[in-house]
Write a protein that binds this ligand. Structure first.
Ligand code: DGY
Length: 328
């Protein structure tokens, strides 16, 4: 960890390497302790570095696990943990709340990038893109044939979206352009202008039967752990496609792998996994699993915007104002 700025500014521990423009602003406005080697830190490492640096704020990321023990180990001087992510499942929010720690996230700015990746996953899974890529890279492509790697159209298919928040709605807008019919399930029904013709299902169980493609867009919480389990997969139409850009923990890997291996599901497009980066090894051998390494928000524009949003929250707290994206 490196100190770049005078100590008069609040000491900010930044847990991972961030885009240059974000690090430059952090170093300008804070006594920023950066991580130029981009070393992965455990919760205990973060607490120890925060103590060593005399940190008053921590800018962490989705891969940094701040469980109750790590939160308890943070020095008292730390007032805010600003996570460079919309998801907060890596932080024990109850523990943070109990000790009066402010936690903020970065909503909105990654909606479009994540929705784009959901469509990429749908297309990649439906059109067997990674099989084709592997064939070329292996030197196994012997030329065009009428029956080679036949996939399925998205157009004319029914897309079921579970969780119709910002990202779910952005996915729906894109999927409509591909000619898909949109169904959704959400805690509350959207106003009709936002629904834009999508069919609402109060009960997600009842929606599953009409999902040629199922896309998951709800947060990981204790209630949603392994939400997509064998019984729910059984309700999907045979040959359905499953897409996940939410969190790996909302899927029962064993059940999904079994359904892909048996052909009960045609394919899956997955950007997130339980226990990243050590995903269930069963996925690697499945031709019909289109796999990406958590790229949902991975554009320069989005990652800059996420960093600036996290810094906006830190600025607000150290200026004595309310953090715009306070979670607890
Ligand atoms: C988030 O922000 O929660 C994403 O998963 C990281 O891209």
């Amino acid at each position: 960890m490196r100190s770049d700025t005078p100590a008069s500014r609040p000491v900010l521990l930044v847990t991972r390497r961030l885009p240059d423009a974000v690090e430059a602003r952090a170093a300008r406005d804070f006594d920023a302790r950066l991580n130029p080697q981009d070393r992965a830190l455990s919760g205990a490492d973060i607490a120890a570095l925060a103590r060593e640096a005399g940190a008053e704020g921590v800018l962490c990321t989705a891969g940094d696990r701040l469980d109750a023990a790590a939160i308890a180990a943070l020095p008292d001087a730390v007032r805010i943990v600003a996570t460079f992510s919309v998801g907060t499942d890596h932080i024990d929010l109850n523990a943070a709340k109990a000790r009066g720690l402010i936690v903020t996230n970065t909503p909105d700015v990654l909606t479009d990038a994540t929705a784009d990746i959901a469509l990429l996953l749908m297309l990649g899974a439906a059109r067997r893109a990674s099989e084709g890529e592997r064939m070329i890279r292996a030197g196994a492509w012997t030329g065009w044939t009428p029956t080679q790697l036949l996939g399925t159209h998205l157009g004319g298919k029914r897309l079921g979206i579970v969780g119709m928040g910002r990202i779910g709605q952005a996915v729906a807008r894109r999927a409509r352009a591909f000619g898909m019919t949109i169904h959704y399930s959400n805690r509350r029904r959207l106003p009709s202008e936002q629904e834009a013709g999508a069919v609402y299902h109060a009960d997600p169980e009842e929606m599953l039967a009409v999902c040629d493609v199922l896309s998951l867009h709800f947060p990981a919480t204790p209630d949603t752990t392994r939400w997509l389990k064998a019984e729910r997969i059984e309700r999907l139409p045979p040959g359905a496609i499953v897409v996940n850009t939410a969190r790996g923990s909302v899927v029962d890997d064993e059940a999904l792998i079994a359904a892909l291996a048996s052909g009960r599901l045609a394919a899956a497009g997955l950007d997130v996994f339980e226990n990243e980066p050590n995903l269930h090894p069963g996925y690697r051998g499945l031709e019909n699993a289109f796999l990406l390494p958590h790229l949902g928000s991975a554009t320069v524009e989005t990652r800059n915007a996420m960093g600036f949003r996290a810094l906006d929250n830190l600025d607000a707290v150290f200026a004595g104002a309310a953090a715009p994206d306070r979670v607890v």
